[in-house]
Ligand binder design. Sequence first.
Ligand code: SIN
Length: 540
Amino acid sequence: MVEQIYNPDVVIVGGGVAGLTVAINLAPRKVCVITKDSLGINTSSTWSQAGIAASVDKNDSNEMHISDTLKTAKGLGNETVARKIISESKATIKDLEEIGVKFDKNPDGSFNLGLEGAHSHNRIVGSKGDSSGIEIMRGLIDEVKKLDHITVLENVSIDSIMHENNTIYGVIGRFTDKNIPNNHVVIQSSHIVLATGGLGGIFANTTNPRTSYGEGIALAAQVGAVLTDMEFVQFHPTGLDFGLDPTPLATEAIRGAGAHLINQNSERFMLGIHEEVELAPRDIIAQNIFKQIDAGNSVFLDCRKNIGIDFKIKFPQVYSYCTKAGIDPSKEMMPIIPVAHYHIGGVKTDLRGRTSVEGLWCCGEASATGVHGANRLASNSLLEALVFGKIVANEINKEPLKQNAEVISSSFIRTYKEKTKNKIRAKKFIWQLRSTMMRNLGIVRNQASIAKGLSDIIRIERESRGMSAKLNDMILVSKFIICGAFKREESRGCHLRSDFTEENDKFLKHLDQSKHTLEKDILNIIDRRNNIDKENILAS
Ligand code: SIN
């Protein structure tokens, strides 16, 4: 077995916007960035369409942006974090322009700002219409390539954080490139930054790349880190229903440009439901589309009248998805479905990006800073990732440099070898897991569906017997979502319970979890389910 060993000052797991921002700002510390694919490929950051929310217009203000963020967050948004990230929004856009990122501008040099749901002002700073992620990542990658302190290890999947007696030693993983089989990589470092993105990949319908299945959350949980808000999974209202996996996104900015949501009877069903109609908060739109589909209707995005022939120029990426499916959005309606898009919860961090485990940092979608509360305002996430990426780098720069301890990694490698047997068979279980999570823990949940999701996950765990590291991570992360969703007996933001349809002040709090609480929480669900079954039998 070949083993490559690296010894940077800091290891960053994840090469999206958050990870690269940390890396760039850590100079002159030696940094190793680990990416699952080639740098910039298959990351949610590259796939993001609309852009970065920033109150750069002269008629807009940070206070208005903060107010929209907290209103959307439904009582759970952390105001201190909202103030922090929003107050940095102008400077963040300037930093990106300084490294060469080109944003869309008007002839007078001002930003050409997009509008998305629940924003009281046009404030989305974007690039080439719906290609913002591609341009922002291009700028960051070009910068990374110029900097000697950064080493990028591409095509590496991390299996474990090396951790003993409350001390972190680094990470261990393997090259995913099939030309370098069974080649382990050990990165020794006393600072680990998790910037692994989201977990949409544990749901059957998602806009996320396949590599987004909550790996960072699973890695953190395995070393005892506190997680929070795991039940808050945000569904994007408009995935393009072309039968593809992952589902291509039709950016909310299309509705901002005037598109309507209609059903097969041409009913604009959001009229009368919310005063902002198609620009209501994302949870409300997604839940109403779900209701339409549940009632047997089909739902479409109609751009024919209000965008028409401009569609191709305004939204080139979405236009290309549509033409590949044989649809011309200037003349035809686009079929849509709500899809898992963004995970609000994750590894709990403080204002400095620290997790509860010494030496372990987290930023971007994998983290939970609390800013999004129960529902995220569109395009606040790239802003959060960029601001917290810089904060984490600045905080680590303040820490004294430590000599990395030599570690014996063989115990971690053995674990990995057991985990990766039978990779092909794991696919069957991965699909079963994604399917039960979508059906039972999707847009609408209730006690029975959550318990059914749990029993499916337990069966999948029993039958798959640890055959794949990816599947193990998906199982663990699903259990945390299930436990959070079960405990939150209310509907708030993107967490909708059909058996507790109202907000309840008792739950005006974040629900923390960790590997230490998990078993008890699972037993509680099983007990509650058994009691209901018993009552039903006695009553019949
Ligand atoms: C979109 O372009 O609609 C996605 C923006 C976001 O999820 O913040």
